[in-house]
Design a protein around this ligand. Structure first.
Ligand code: 2RA
Length: 339
């Protein structure tokens, strides 16, 4: 991978994982630089045995860079991603700033890598951490029958709120474990230790949370099918890392659980955990890995055209850093970015 890279937001939770996943996936860039907001400038990071000093995010920093892997708040991405693109880079952006822009593809490589060719603004959007595993699991089933509707209930881990979510949750957990007074939440919207929270996100005017609306809109865009109905309920649960999803898929005609399992067993990115073998996906399996685990595949007893399944993936890896690195690899493999 003989291209020059920049990692923006290099010191954040996802930025740090991007650095790790680049190494794990054997991505050996020609040059690499690490950029971050003013408060992190001057810190050092290690990459392949070399120490790099974190630089500020500005127009000059993008000169000669071919791929930018960006993980910043949306407001920062709105300002700097177009500047990086203007300097000649393709930005793979983890924020939600560009996801629904029709000129920015929203890419899960196992599902719609071909969309990488349509980055008219020089920006590729990395989807939401629920939508990524959901589409990895649903897409292979689409060759069995057309998908009509997806009902998804999520069990999202604390780390969806980033490092500050984990600091909050860990402090609560320590106090809860010894029966002490649980400190007031600082990142989550309510106590998470010993609890679940269905309003851990901003409520939009349609009565759905911002997170639920992302799942609706992004799932349709990734699957390239606006006719699919998506009905989500997003919930934060007391788990550190990895999001789980209870998924009910209604097809236009009957699909057997056996056929679905066969399709999932050979699907890219999917690890099928069959309960017949005594297995079922759990966050403790998925945390620290790049796979989407699928299990509990079964016929819906109330609808012959529907199946239920259980999906788990590491929200920081496949739900963010790994997916972004996979997009970068594909950009090079497909010749969209040349050295
Ligand atoms: C969450 N999906 O889990 C968000 C993070 N991007 O809160």
């Amino acid at each position: 991978m003989d291209v020059s890279l920049a990692v923006v937001g290099a010191t954040g939770a996802v930025g740090e994982l991007i650095r790790q996943v680049l190494v794990e996936q054997g991505f050996r860039p020609k040059t690499i630089k690490f950029l971050a907001s003013e408060k992190s400038v001057g810190k050092t990071v290690e990459f392949l045995g070399k120490t790099h000093t974190v630089e500020p995010i500005n127009a000059r920093a993008f000169e000669g860079v071919k791929i930018v892997l960006s993980s910043t708040p949306s407001s920062v991405s709105k300002e700097f991603s177009p500047i990086a693109a203007k300097a000649g880079a393709i930005v793979v952006d983890n924020s939600s700033a560009w996801r629904m822009d029709p000129d920015c593809p929203l890419v899960v490589p196992e599902v719609n890598a071909h969309e990488l060719h349509n980055a008219k603004k020089g920006i590729v959007a990395n989807p939401n951490c629920v939508a990524i595993p959901l589409t990895v699991a649903v897409n292979p089933l689409r060759r069995l029958a057309k998908v009509k509707r997806i009902i998804v209930s999520t069990y999202q881990s604390s780390s969806g709120k980033g490092a500050k979510g984990l600091v909050d949750f860990d402090a609560q957990l320590r106090a809860y474990a010894v029966g002490g007074p649980v400190p007031a939440p600082t990142a989550h919207r309510s106590q998470l230790a010993g609890n679940v929270i269905t309003l851990d996100w901003t409520l939009d005017p349609n009565g759905y949370t911002e997170e639920e609306n992302k799942v609706i809109n992004e799932t349709k865009k990734i699957l390239g099918d606006e006719t699919i109905g998506v009905s989500p309920t997003c919930v934060r649960v007391p788990v550190r890392v990895a999001h789980s999803e209870s998924v009910n898929i209604e097809f236009e005609s009957p699909v057997s659980a056996a056929d679905a399992k066969a399709a999932l067993a050979s699907a890219p990115g999917v690890v099928l955990m069959d309960e017949v073998a005594g297995q079922f996906p759990q966050p403790i399996h998925a945390a620290g890995t790049d796979h989407t685990y699928v299990g509990r595949v079964r016929q819906d007893p109330s609808n012959p055209n529907a199946l239920s399944l259980w999906v788990v993936a590491d929200n920081l890896r496949k739900g963010a850093a790994t997916n972004a690195v996979q997009c970068a690899v594909e950009l090079v493999k497909r010749g969209i970015v040349k050295s």
